[in-house]
Write a protein that binds this ligand. Structure first.
Ligand SMILES: Cc1ncc(COP(=O)(O)O)c(C=O)c1O
Length: 442
């Protein structure tokens, strides 16, 4: 097999990387990953890295888990892909049944897509169409400051990261944005202000709000911004009071990431629409799902000629291989008691994160479950100049020491697979402890 430099040259010539300034990319000695096992990645030169990013937050049980790999091989022996448009297959049926079993109560109908963005897009369109078909013109979505829900235009409309979304504003539908529920200096106050603003937004637009869209418990891509206990329940109550829908985007926080199977469970909340992705297949294949209540589903039922069906569907929706991986992943959750084993891991994760508090250049440390971030600053209250790309520098130092992480601005994100053992987790934190001051000195 070709070695890294030759592969890198070919990649630079032809592969346009996501979220990447390609001019800088040429100068970066990025790893070309050729294999992975457990929580270790191996590049084309045989260098090994701890996957501290869970392959973009989606790997749950580790790479090449024999149960998931075996299920995929068995499914390959039957069919790699058949369509859900006009047909169905046993994997989609069983997966839909099992998702309904484990999801918060009342979410009885499962619509499959391929990516998290699409799952959210589907939730927005379902909410909108459901109101139209109930005779109500509710066109407004209420979203939270800092939110990220994906990169397709509907998901971007619901998002609020101006760096990613600002340019596309003329292409987006307007939303009402209430303040982000987290601020490092005043987390409780930020959550209270966010709720007060939501209450006002719903009161002043009574009868016009199609849904409130929330990433419950932690806003991930916003920078791992946690919400206080009870926040999601308070949002649910405000939605109930206003007679509007609640869309929960659990693309990042679902499948054990926050310590429970679904983040909404922390507050005992059941949304009206639930978007799932990433960890649904333990990160083995692209698949996502939007779960809906009976009430929403029934708004689409009518004699055929009234054209009330949901006109939406992707070629690879509910792909049989992806469904097989997802079913195998749910089996692993059960067999390996993945959720029962999380508290000890989360305790160690929090303990190691806490050691960063008060260190030079550490502005904020935050986490929930196995999602964490260490945010750095030049001086108290003063960020590093953006051009220094300090978050990026830190992850490059980590990579040199054998750990793959990814920053969000100057927040270094730690997102291990749920299967990461304590020794590997310790090594990941040891490397970050060394890398942070090394990057600042560089
Ligand atoms: C909360 C949330 N929603 C949606 C998405 C989009 O998912 P995908 O990248 O699979 O389209 C992401 C991706 O990071 C996410 O974090």
């Amino acid at each position: 097999m070709a070695r890294s430099p030759a592969l890198r040259r070919r990649a630079i010539a032809r592969v346009w990387q996501p979220f990447t300034q390609m001019q800088d990319w040429e100068t970066e000695e990025f790893p070309v990953v050729v294999s992975a096992r457990g929580t270790t990645l191996t590049d084309a030169d045989g260098r090994r890295y701890i996957d501290g990013n869970a392959s973009l937050w989606c790997n749950v049980h580790g790479h090449r888990h024999p149960a998931i790999a075996g299920a995929l091989k068995r499914q390959l022996g039957r069919a790699a892909h058949t369509t859900l448009l006009g047909l169905c297959h046993p994997g989609a049926i069983e997966l839909a049944e099992r998702l309904v079993e484990i999801a918060p109560p009342g979410l009885n109908h499962v619509f499959f897509s391929d990516s998290g963005s699409e799952a959210l897009e589907v939730a927005l369109k379902m909410a909108f169409q459901h109101w139209r078909q109930r005779g109500e013109e509710r066109d407004t979505f209420v979203t939270f400051g800092g939110a990220y829900h994906g990169d397709t235009l509907g998901a971007v409309s619901a998002g609020a990261i101006s760096l990613f979304h600002g340019l596309f504003r003329p292409l987006l539908f307007p939303t009402v944005q209430v303040p982000c529920p987290y601020s490092p200096r005043d987390p409780g106050g930020a959550a209270r202000r966010s709720l007060a603003s939501l209450e006002k937004a719903l009161r002043t637009r009574r009868g016009r709000v199609a849904a409130v869209v929330i990433e419950p418990v932690v806003q991930g891509a916003a920078g791992i911004l946690p919400q206080p206990p009870g926040f999601v329940a308070a949002v649910r109550e405000l939605c109930n009071g206003a007679g509007t829908l609640l869309i929960a985007d659990e693309v990042a926080v679902g499948f054990g990431r926050t310590g429970r199977m679904f983040a909404c469970e922390h507050d005992g909340v059941a949304p009206d629409l639930l978007a799932l992705g990433k960890g649904i297949t333990s990160g083995y294949l692209p698949l996502s799902a939007t779960l809906a209540t009976d009430r929403i589903y029934e708004a689409f039922l009518a004699p055929w000629h009234r054209m009330r069906q949901f006109f939406h569907g992707h070629t690879f929706a509910g792909n049989p291989l992806a469904c097989a991986a997802a079913l195998a992943s749910l089996d692993v959750f059960r067999r390996e008691r993945t959720l029962d084993r999380l508290p000890a891991k989360i305790a160690r994760f929090e303990d190691r994160l806490a050691r960063f508090r008060g260190r030079p250049h550490v502005a904020d440390v935050r986490s929930r479950g196995l999602m964490g971030a260490v945010e750095v600053e030049a001086r108290p209250g003063r960020p590093f100049p953006a051009a220094r790309r300090m978050g990026h520098r830190i992850i490059l130092e980590c990579r040199r020491r054998g750990v793959v992480l990814r920053p969000l601005g100057d927040a270094v994100v730690l997102m291990p697979a749920l299967s990461m053992d304590l020794r590997t987790m310790d090594r990941m934190f040891d490397v970050l402890e060394e890398s942070l001051p090394a990057a600042v000195r560089s």
